[in-house]
Design a protein around this ligand. Structure first.
Ligand SMILES: Cc1cc2nc3c(=O)[nH]c(=O)nc-3n(C[C@H](O)[C@H](O)[C@H](O)COP(=O)(O)O)c2cc1C
Length: 182
């Protein structure tokens, strides 16, 4: 375990429909030597902790279960007269380095600024995640998918991969124990 991390003040919570975000949440927990991550639906909010929170992109925004949990965390922080800190890691089907990811990040940050005024987002990172086959099938049923979309779906199917897991672990360690400012 990293010596400068106070694990008592950290927790890991996630929302995941098809398992991608859960996979990264497990990486965050194990890289910080914390007990297994908890699901947003039944996790108690801990306004005094730094919450590593995993969400997924649902139609361009943070999924509803995630927003509901962060609202509960915000309410608990307000009640305690403090600001809760959250490090957000999200998964999305598209390219996390592309322009759409920037738009999603803006949308998520704006929603949280509006709905969770007692929440400080200390970091926000996105990773790519496989799009569930039934979602791809329902998209296909709606309209013909362009070659670019098909390529993107094919690329997403490889994620999160080992490289994503390694960068998630590195991110979590850096956020939990920032380098001293000198
Ligand atoms: C209903 C639904 C809507 C989605 N909307 C988007 C979207 O707008 N943009 C995107 O890049 N990915 C989108 N995705 C893909 C998911 O964000 C991606 O597969 C994510 O990794 C799922 O996380 P999970 O496996 O933890 O549930 C969508 C998936 C579903 C099921």
């Amino acid at each position: 375990m990293h010596s400068s991390i106070d694990t008592g003040a950290l927790c890991v919570v996630f929302s995941s429909r098809s398992g991608n975000t859960e996979k990264l949440a497990r990486v965050v927990s194990s890289s910080l030597s914390l007990p297994g991550p908890r699901r947003a639906s039944d996790a108690p909010p801990e306004p005094g902790a730094l919450t590593f929170f995993g969400f997924w992109i649902d139609k361009g925004a943070m999924d509803a279960e995630s927003l509901a949990f962060l609202r509960r965390l915000d309410a608990a922080a307000a009640k305690a007269g403090r600001t809760a800190r959250a490090a957000l890691f999200g998964t999305m089907g598209g390219d996390p380095a592309g322009p759409r990811a920037k738009k999603y990040e803006k949308t998520v940050r704006e929603a949280l600024a509006r709905e969770c005024p007692h929440l400080a987002v200390v970091s926000l990172q996105l990773w790519q995640g496989r799009i569930a086959p039934e979602v791809v099938a329902s998209l296909r049923a709606l309209y013909p998918l362009s070659p670019a979309t098909l390529r993107s779906i094919k690329e997403a199917a490889k994620h999160p991969d080992e490289k994503d897991e390694a960068s998630t672990a590195a991110w979590a360690l850096e956020v939990a124990a920032p380098a001293p400012a000198f």
